[in-house]
Design a protein around this ligand. Sequence first.
Ligand code: ATP
Length: 254
Amino acid sequence: MSSTSAAPHPAPSDTVAARGVDVVKSYGSGQTAVVALDHVDVELRRGELTAIMGPSGSGKSTLMHCLAGLDSIDLGSVAIGDVELRGLSDRRMTTLRRDRIGFVFQSFNLVPTLTALENITLPMDIANRAPDPQWLDVVIDTLRLRDRLTHRPSELSGGQQQRVAVGRALAGRPEIVFGDEPTGNLDSRSSGEVLRMLREAVDQLGQTVVIVTHDPHAASHADRVLFLADGRIVDEMREPTAESVLDRMKALES
Ligand SMILES: Nc1ncnc2c1ncn2[C@@H]1O[C@H](COP(=O)(O)OP(=O)(O)OP(=O)(O)O)[C@@H](O)[C@H]1O
């Protein structure tokens, strides 16, 4: 376990999937302004599963949204790969999010009238891009969805629905997949399944995955855990265990 916050020496961009430098983000103005991100430096390495943890209100979702181009920043810079997000037009930002970023949300967000397979390929269909059939096969098999492809979301368990959502995020082979509490709506068995599959997406498919979570057990699947408090990265941990993460969280919350 190490205890350095942020990254003192920037790594080359070919090893970094997303980077924030001196990121400041506040909401509101004047006396009621809230500084959600307070000069954050962060690098998310390619081929790693990173978990972002911290007390409620510490800025986890804001950090993820800013890194993913879902929210604007006040100061600093944010890049996905070598593309700097500040200054991108709305159209280029939409294209970048669609083509280079995968999203998994707590609430699955599947289209109820479409089958599992149609949900998985939906972003590519919208973008008028043909999925790479070999990659799609690998994703479907990694997520163990082969025998569920013709089912609609209502015919799938919560864990299976979230696996479809992970498949949808991976299908376009994005630069990075962001998961906002991806196991927050799942029981512990389904949660374990989804986490194992995110892990496999990293280990076997070489994907880069970042999740925000409140769950130390979920964070223990990560290569690296970043701890936020009051809008700053205050610590990080490698080779986390549920116990070591829980201990660190208790210290942050006390
Ligand atoms: N749209 C908004 N308008 C005003 N304040 C906001 C907004 N979004 C977030 N905040 C504030 O910014 C701070 C960070 O919020 P954020 O949601 O990023 O924290 P979090 O760590 O993800 O919290 P939680 O674990 O409760 O989801 C909080 O003080 C929050 O109240």
